[in-house]
Design a protein around this ligand. Sequence first.
Ligand SMILES: C[S@@+](CC[C@H](N)C(=O)[O-])C[C@H]1O[C@@H](n2cnc3c(N)ncnc32)[C@H](O)[C@@H]1O
Length: 267
Amino acid sequence: MTDEARRSAISPLDGDTPNVARMYDYYLGGTDNFPVDRAAAEEVLRVAPPIRPTALENRAFLGRAVRYLTGEARIRQFVDVGSGLPTRRNVHEVAHEIAPDARVAYVDNDPVVLAHSRALLVPASNAITLCGDLRDPAGIIGHHKLTGFIDWNQPVALLLVAILHFIADEDLSRILTSVRRAMAPGSHLVVSHIHHEGQGDVAAQVSATYDTASAPVIMRSRSQITELFDGFDLIEPGVVSLPDWRPDRATAGQPEIWGLGGIGMCA
Ligand SMILES: C[S@@+](CC[C@H](N)C(=O)[O-])C[C@H]1O[C@@H](n2cnc3c(N)ncnc32)[C@H](O)[C@@H]1O
């Protein structure tokens, strides 16, 4: 892909609106973002410096989760909803290190993300990209591009990583009940979520900036995030701070992290 094509794929469709996928890319140190995104992200970082290490730890958690699922749990089908802009160590790259036959479906509702993902994914890599909105879970589960690619009668890993904080309270339990019903025994649900505990007014200031972006953010408490796994058996160590989920390096002396993550399994 040429640099020009790459820039045009990620360019703002609405030039004045910060885009949450590109803001996240900026936190991660990526270059697929524009002044409008950087200004909003800098405003968030000014009031909430832990957001950047939280974003980095979120990617590290996702990598460890996919390694666990491909290795110990022997999952060969991944549906990554709210996949975001391609970055380093995408899900299929991590899974294919262990199982080259693993299939990965990337799903997002943002045309900017989809254009960029389609352009960067190698067609032969057992990975596909499709447009879907988590608020319409049946539309994702029954999507024609998943037919013949994902077999819902076999164990699937559903990745809802750093997306549920963009979903309103009134939609959450309907969505989770619907996906839980579609998942065969042995399937796994991966969730990470920003939390607001101990942050006082700062959480409201972060939310206020996201209110001007492509999706508002809803921070939740540890108990609300744990409830997202109702109907699933939590895998050890449960719902914990992102760096504490099966760490592969020493976590002492870590910066403050505002994200929790966990994996649940369908019995
Ligand atoms: C912060 S990024 C997370 C990217 C990746 N999952 C990760 O954790 O590194 C959140 C992504 O969720 C997507 N998103 C937000 N609401 C969504 C919805 N209702 N349906 C599908 N995708 C959504 C955004 O477009 C964005 O790409």
